[in-house]
Ligand binder design. Structure first.
Ligand code: SF4
Length: 477
């Protein structure tokens, strides 16, 4: 990350320390509307690269937008310094943004420094992410990374670093748009683990399947996990629609029927397409509020004129849809009862989602679907037993050292302690070498974000099911 702007963060620490409206509204249980902006690439001078974002930040006074959210290397690896960008946006909006912090290609030391600098400009709320595939990532044989190996810090590690600072409120992501039981429950278990590690709010990925948005709320209500959740919803541009079949972002799932609907809308004319996108966005925001979300983060708005149109649409939809049943009817009518599931036999935890008579979770009325989780293979049973055996024999220092060597031999990643967190399975097959649970990037069929094989954590889940230790995936082993 490079910046050609003189360091001025300290000057901007000014009076923003107590102006984090997002944190204040979140704590007060009030609905928030955030505007997501990407940290600009560093191939343009700083002032030019940030000009549009600063213009949009200045517009926010007197609108229903609560705060800005600034992403971290979402579309490109090399960006201007996010703290310098956050500082100018904070000055323009007169309040600090929610800062996303991705764990790709960074060390613990860099994250600590970033948090300290974020505080120096008044940022209180950050979002801890593992991050998607780093641009410089090169995958070699047998899951070993080669070349300029970036490495990934798990979101849980970033949460732990945030927990060391009382002056930071950290949130975490949960990908609720999973359509097979293994991926969905792995996300839910890791979400609970993130909450145990100090996450104070959650953020979903962009999605259009409102059943999945409701499923997450019902699951949290069923588990009595009262945590604020922010839903990300996107305004799609014509180029987004044209390339949607290639994937909106890792882990995002879009049904063929919905893609066909978007194509039909965009083929009439650009105005018609924009109008349909705006109506859909307004409906989504109103729906998320009725489903129990604490806020919505608006994605895909790149200029002031579009922002004005979006705000007009969102304000009118929120005023119009005050009743859940009315909103469900309007959503279904607008989409002609379209099925948003991207695969046949898609898995949902509950049977009666988007039932107009059932807004919130009720144990008497919300019926769970059967779930079938992966079965453990014999090799993984053997790995589990040998790891248990090795861990149990530590009578003398010499023997312990020998056992440790054997453990390393069993572990291709050579990461001390890794097998402790994964039931004896070495995490080398995970290209990000994660140990605490999956990232959100697996495709709808469970194939890893990097495409070579099923997500490694399906195997970890299978061992947890076999050992009847599913709770270990939420609490750590
Ligand atoms: S194996 Fe799973 S956790 Fe690892 S990178 Fe692939 S999808 Fe993410």
């Amino acid at each position: 990350m490079r910046s050609d702007v003189p360091a001025k963060s300290q000057q901007l620490s000014m009076d923003l320390a107590n102006t984090d409206t997002f944190a204040l509204r979140r704590r007060g249980g009030e609905f928030s509307l955030l505007l997501e902006l990407d940290c600009p690439a560093d191939n343009q001078p700083f002032a030019a690269a940030t000009a549009i974002a600063v213009g949009m930040a200045r517009m926010l006074h007197g609108t229903s937008i609560t705060a800005l959210a600034l992403t971290d290397r979402r579309r490109q690896q090399h960006t201007h310094d996010p703290i310098e960008v956050a500082a100018v946006l904070a000055a323009a909006a007169q309040q600090p943004p929610l800062l996303h912090i991705a764990g790709k290609s960074v060390s613990r030391k860099q994250i600590r420094e970033l948090l300290a600098r974020a505080r120096s400009i008044g940022i209180r709320s950050v979002l801890a992410l593992t991050g998607d595939r780093a641009h410089s990532h090169v995958e070699g044989r047998a899951g070993q990374q080669r070349g300029d190996n970036p490495g990934y810090l798990d979101a849980l590690t970033i949460l732990e670093l945030c927990r060391d600072r009382a002056d930071i409120d950290a949130g975490a992501a949960v990908n609720c748009f999973k359509y097979n039981p293994a991926d969905l429950y792995l996300q839910m278990f890791k979400m609970v683990r993130k909450l145990h590690t100090g996450a104070q709010f959650l953020l979903t990925p962009v999605g259009w399947d409102m059943k999945k948005f409701q499923e997450l709320q019902w699951y949290l209500q069923m588990r009595e996990l009262g945590v604020p959740v922010i839903a990300r919803v996107a305004l799609l541009s014509p180029s987004d629609i044209d390339t949607l079949h290639l994937g909106y972002q890792p882990g995002a799932a879009v049904s063929r029927g919905f893609m066909a609907m978007l194509q039909r809308e965009s083929q009439i004319n650009a105005q018609q397409s924009l109008s349909a996108q705006l109506q859909r966005l307004g409906l989504q925001v109103a729906g998320c509020r009725l489903l129990g979300y604490s806020g919505v983060q608006l994605v895909g708005i790149h200029d002031e004129r579009t922002l004005e149109m979006v705000l007009g649409q969102v304000d009118s939809a929120m005023a119009r849809y005050q009743s859940y049943a009315d909103w469900v009817a309007a959503w279904n009518e607008f989409h002609n009862f379209l099925d948003f599931a991207p695969v046949p036999n898609a898995y949902y935890i509950y049977k009666n989602l988007l039932d107009p008579a059932q807004q919130h979770y009720d144990s008497d009325c919300c019926i769970c679907n059967d779930r079938s989780l992966p079965l453990v293979g014999n090799h993984d049973k053997l790995r589990y037993y040998s790891n248990q055996l090795l861990a149990a024999h530590k009578t003398t220092a010499a023997i312990a050292a020998k056992w440790q060597q054997l453990r390393y031999r069993q572990c291709r990643a050579q990461q001390c302690g890794c097998q402790t967190y994964t039931f004896g399975l070495c995490p080398a097959p995970c290209p990000k070498k994660l140990m605490y649970g999956p990232c959100g990037g697996a495709a709808v069929d469970g194939i890893c974000e990097f495409g070579a094989q099923t997500c490694f954590f399906h195997r970890v889940l299978a061992v947890a099911v076999w050992r009847q230790q599913l709770d270990a995936l939420e609490t750590g082993l």
